[in-house]
Design a protein around this ligand. Structure first.
Ligand SMILES: *[C@@H]1O[C@H](CO)[C@@H](O)[C@H](O)[C@H]1NC(C)=O
Ligand SMILES: *[C@@H]1O[C@H](CO)[C@@H](O)[C@H](O)[C@H]1NC(C)=O
Ligand SMILES: *[C@@H]1O[C@H](CO)[C@@H](O)[C@H](O)[C@H]1NC(C)=O
Length: 339
């Protein structure tokens, strides 16, 4: 799945870390890559039925200097990447992958509430947070509003990992009477972090900067203006600077293909409201048609177990119907050709 474009994107995480001691860098670099990658996978899942679907081409451009925009969508990319890195490092730590870190035992033995005390292995979120900051935030070397927005969204991503943590408990006491429990804090599934941040994306706020012409070179003024713009924004909220472009259409400058050719969903009763409206959102509302394609899917079936120890299967062909957005002209061209 790892295309060359994603690698370019990820390598920027590595570039951004030259100020870190080499030993620390080598210890964490591969986990940081795995974490950033899982962030991008989650982005693709969360936006599968949005017009903008987290394509790698837009991720690459969003990290190139000078071309970067700070839209609602890039705010999500920043947050989920920072969250993914923090999440993986925290998990690694609990698994004992690193010598210098372990479970968060700061509260062990203390009473947490009625009938329970802190115990077990609480995930060490503070560790993951610290290393994620060192790697991911190091990519922002500017001091302008764009850098401030990106750093804010990275932070919001890391806070999402903390906000979704859950208390887990184990019963103790005479023959499992559960008269006393020990509890610890553990990370939620990363999917929950994704869901949480997707909701934040929907309610993202636009940062209104003062329109006063900035006096060139006066960075004190600039800092003041940025601080002023941020004063009413909670650390947990995603923010952006520029309105999103029209994602219906192809946009070369951000490397986006538009929705023509995208699959959408129809028919299944089991679908969420969001999925059920995907053809309308991706095709009709973008001025496109929906075309039906019948696709043969070959899969294993009638599998039998043979002693010992093989499984033999038949190959079954099934025809499934899929739906895609199509432009009006494309078809005419095809018909002309086939005549
Ligand atoms: C950290 O966890 C990830 C995902 O589970 C794994 O691929 C990686 O190898 C781990 N890193 C280390 C240093 O053990
Ligand atoms: C392409 O995206 C850029 C950056 O968001 C935007 O300024 C421009 O208007 C878009 N172009 C089209 C054709 O939508
Ligand atoms: C229907 O929905 C349930 C729960 O959301 C899911 O587990 C199941 O796989 C779905 N079935 C189909 C055919 O998509």
């Amino acid at each position: 799945m790892t295309g060359p474009k994603v690698n370019t994107f990820l390598s920027l995480f590595i570039f951004g870390t030259f100020c870190m001691p080499l030993v620390a860098f080598l210890t964490y670099a591969s986990s940081v890559q795995v974490g950033a990658q899982s962030g991008i996978q989650e982005c693709k899942y969360q936006f599968a039925w949005n017009r903008w679907n987290c394509p790698e081409s837009t991720l690459q451009l969003s990290t190139q200097k000078g071309l970067r925009s700070a839209t609602r969508e890039t705010s999500f990319v920043h947050a989920i990447s920072a969250a993914g890195v923090m999440y993986t490092l925290t998990k690694n730590c609990s698994m004992g992958d690193f010598d210098n870190c372990g479970c968060d035992d700061s509260r062990i033995g203390q009473t947490g509430g009625r009938g329970w005390i802190w115990g077990g292995c609480s995930d060490n979120a503070a560790f993951g947070e610290k290393i994620s900051k060192q790697f991911v935030d190091a990519l922002e070397d500017g001091h302008d509003s764009r850098a401030a927005v990106n750093l804010h969204n990275n932070e919001a991503g890391r806070l999402a990992v903390k906000a979704t943590m859950r208390k887990a408990c184990k019963c103790h006491g005479v023959s499992g009477s559960c008269s006393i429990q020990t509890c610890w804090m553990q990370l939620a599934d990363f999917r929950e972090v994704g869901n949480y941040l997707k909701a934040k994306h929907e309610h993202a706020k636009k940062l209104e900067m003062d329109k006063k012409p900035a006096r060139a070179g006066n960075s004190a003024d600039n800092k003041g203006a940025i601080a002023h713009a941020f004063r009413s924004i909670a650390r947990t909220e995603l923010i952006y600077l520029e309105d999103s472009p029209d994602y219906c259409v192809k946009n070369q400058s951000i490397g986006f293909q538009g929705t023509e050719g995208r699959e959408c969903l129809k028919g299944d009763k089991n679908m969420s409201q969001w999925e059920r409206k995907s053809c309308r959102r991706l095709c009709y509302e973008c001025g496109l048609r929906v075309v039906e394609k019948r696709i043969e899917v070959v899969s294993s079936c009638n599998c039998k177990f043979h002693w010992c120890c093989t499984v033999k299967c038949d190959k079954c062909t099934q025809v499934v119907t899929k739906y895609y957005c199509a432009g009006k002209e494309t078809d005419r061209v095809q018909i002309t050709r086939s005549l």
